[in-house]
Write a protein that binds this ligand. Structure first.
Ligand SMILES: [Zn+2]
Length: 700
């Protein structure tokens, strides 16, 4: 085996001498060129990425060293089209990392990660380049450019400025030191949480399995055996393990142990405790944004988000908070009643919440998820997506001839997307539906090529990816309501890609508290009558899903919203408050306790992510002061959905659909999201629709 592999490698190397690495090549074939997924090789990745970076930096240097005075064309437009070769390689890199991973690829990934980060730094710290961007930006402040050009200049300048490009040499040095220090702390933070997840395992014996399902105990037995504990059952210290255990186990003392282990991750006053580390992170973040003149990290972070200021984000969260904690009181009362009726003699504690909530769910909502599944077939759902896209976006989906477009796995199917009226070709939609080894879990959407028009109109190559279990030939794939919702959600991202009408690549970029809104909104069409009656049909009988079952599904969506909203908001509020506070002498444990007390946090449940384990916020910067964004997008979603519910034509109202495409989808980031929303709705979004969605009373 080994020698075989080596032979192949040397053959490939020989070939490389004579021709360009295949991953760097221009795309050829139909539809203005498509990725050569059928011939891509993991052994080409490293060389192609390195060569792509070299070429990218050459492009950047050419812009930075241009002897002509800086103009929009020779600086901003040139920057927009820099590093196109690397972008093509990234498409293959993305497939190898998400759809077709392997140990071989992961080694390459590990080797490339620091090189990619260096590559980014070389661009963001290129002083000559920034000087030219700044020249164009400052000129545009006196003589504004066309709206979309101005937006590109503003976004580009802001991105460099926010990353310290404007600082003097001494401050830049400190800035870089802080970032280096932070990156070490982030890694240490994650490793500490990981340590506590791996080292607090609760082992059960066979007399302690009360309430647990046989599939759960089977996998718990396997994990215990793998850990060298025969005849035992392991509850590992992760959410996927503790969630079902706390929901079903009848062993209250064990529930308490499992719960305590989980919520104390990173907070065990030992070598893996994160409290001091978090204080250091907060101090460094504040110092870094202080170099640029900002009062606090939250203010710096939110300036280019839809919320714009921490105060706006706080205002939204605090508007929902009282109703959420009031609902918790009601939920606890419901649970307490069941506990009392069953003679359990206890007061509901946090480790009892999921257990009694499940009893309430069975009693109050009586929804059989298996019954729902019989009406949710993947093929029919795919047809439903096309129907919705046809009604709202005027798109037509036609399968391409088998073999005409290269795919990276035979299960991947491809459709042509065109305009129903004009027949104009818009792009290709790739669907990779099934789970397989080497494919990451969950569902996602991505693009291989995005729409832009600054160098002639480009067509879109977009894909959706899921992890449904592949059926036996001739069988239909039946999915859960949650999975069907996710299928619609990800298709919303694809429609957002297809409908783009922006001129420049930067205008396709996302705004963290806004980009999930479009996809969340599309979920709402799953439960429209048109979809229900035609596509949600029984896989044997062809009968549409009964109205009574749909009503149950809708009612159940309000279940446990007190718990869900409160545990989420407590974390989101903590994220924001930690970054607005003065961290000089902060004691994290005390800060968390006092903040929760001030908020009147209910005693019956914890934050979803307690501070010492809040990886979104402290294992990197991706979600620092951004955790509120889920609710921000949810407010828009609920409010926009009500616009459709109230329209004369309902969810298929033609006029409103036109506005949806024109203002909420097509512009992407070419206009301010708040302004775009106002053009769609005629006003700003308010939170009332979200409150109704969650079954919360409106404040008077
Ligand atoms: Zn999404």
């Amino acid at each position: 085996m080994m020698s075989c592999k080596n032979e192949t490698n040397s053959e490939e190397k020989m070939a490389d001498h004579n021709s360009e690495n295949s991953l760097l090549k221009e795309w050829t074939g139909p539809y203005e060129g498509v990725p050569a997924f059928d011939t891509m090789k993991v052994s080409d990745v490293k060389e192609a990425m390195e060569e792509g970076m070299t070429r990218g930096l050459k492009d950047i240097d050419a812009i930075a060293n241009n002897p002509d005075p800086a103009t929009f064309e020779n600086t901003i437009v040139a920057l927009e089209s820099a590093a196109e070769d690397l972008e093509r390689v990234y498409t293959y890199y993305g497939i190898f990392s998400s759809n077709k991973s392997s140990p071989e690829f992961r080694d390459i990934q590990t080797e490339l990660a620091p090189k990619l980060s260096d590559y980014q730094s070389k661009i963001s710290q290129n002083a000559k380049l920034f000087q030219r961007i700044k020249t164009v930006y400052e000129a545009s402040q006196n003589t504004p450019l066309a709206a979309d050009q101005q937006r590109v200049v503003d976004l580009t300048y802001k991105q460099f400025e926010m990353n310290g490009a404007n600082l003097d040499a001494e401050k830049k040095k400190r800035y870089a030191e802080i970032n280096k220090e932070l990156s070490k702390l982030y890694t240490k933070f994650s490793n500490n949480v990981l340590h506590d997840e791996e080292n607090y395992v609760t082992y059960l014996n066979k007399n302690q399995l009360g309430g647990l399902s046989s599939s759960f105990t089977k996998s718990a037995a396997k994990i215990a055996t793998d850990k060298g504990e025969d005849d035992k059952y392991a509850i590992t210290n992760t959410r996927s393990s503790i969630d079902p255990f706390l929901t079903y186990s009848t062993e209250r003392d064990l529930r308490k142990i499992v719960w305590t282990n989980y919520y104390n991750r990173g907070d065990n006053a030992d070598a893996y405790d994160n409290n001091e580390l978090i204080a250091d992170i907060l101090r460094l973040r504040k110092e870094r944004v202080g170099l640029m003149g900002y009062d606090n990290y939250a203010e710096w972070r939110l300036q280019d988000r839809m919320a714009k200021t921490p105060e706006n984000a706080m205002k939204l969260m605090m508007a929902v908070w009282p109703a959420a904690i009031a609902r918790v009181d009601e939920e606890v009362a419901d649970m307490q009643a069941i506990a009392d009726a069953e003679g359990d003699h206890l007061k509901i504690k946090p480790w009892d919440y999921r257990f009694y909530a499940e009893k309430v769910r069975q009693k109050k909502y009586d929804l059989d998820s298996d019954e729902v599944k019989q009406y949710l077939q993947l093929d029919k759902l795919t047809e439903a997506l096309f129907y919705v896209a046809g009604r709202l976006f005027n798109y037509k989906f036609t399968p391409v001839a088998e073999g005409s477009v290269p795919v990276f796995h035979p299960d991947v199917k491809v459709w042509e997307v065109s305009d129903k009226a004009s027949g104009k070709f818009i792009g290709l939609w790739y669907l990779d539906p099934y789970a397989r080894e080497g494919k990451r879990s969950g569902a996602w959407a991505t693009t291989y090529r995005s729409y832009t028009s600054y160098k002639g109109e480009k067509t879109v190559l977009a894909s959706n990816n899921s992890n449904f279990v592949k059926p036996a030939p001739g069988e239909s794939v039946l999915v859960s309501w949650d999975d069907a919702t996710t299928f619609f959600h990800e298709f919303g991202h694809a429609l957002h890609f297809f409908s783009s009408n922006v001129k420049y690549p930067t205008l396709n970029s996302g705004v963290r508290d806004y980009t999930e809104f479009q996809s969340q909104l599309l979920e709402r069409w799953l439960s429209t009558d048109e979809v229900i009656n035609t596509y949600l049909v029984h896989h044997d009988t062809g009968e549409p899903i009964p109205a009574s079952l749909v009503a149950k599904i809708k009612k159940a969506s309000k279940f446990n919203q007190g718990f869900g909203t409160t545990e989420y908001l407590a974390s989101a509020l903590m994220d924001m408050k930690l970054h607005m506070a003065d961290p000089t002498h902060i004691d994290i444990d005390q800060f968390e306790r006092e903040t929760l007390k001030d908020l009147n946090m209910p005693e019956a449940l914890p934050m979803r992510h307690r501070t010492p384990q809040f990886g979104h916020v402290f294992s990197g910067e991706g979600y620092a002061t951004a955790y509120y964004g889920y609710m921000w997008a949810d407010v828009l979603t609920a409010d926009a959905a009500e616009a459709f519910a109230e329209a004369p034509g309902g969810f298929y109202d033609q006029q409103l659909a036109d506005k949806l495409v024109k203002y909420l989808f097509a512009p992407r980031n070419s206009m301010d999201p708040a302004e775009a929303y106002r053009l769609f709705r005629g006003r700003d979004a308010n939170i009332e629709a979200l409150m109704r969605d969650r079954g919360f009373p409106l404040a008077k």
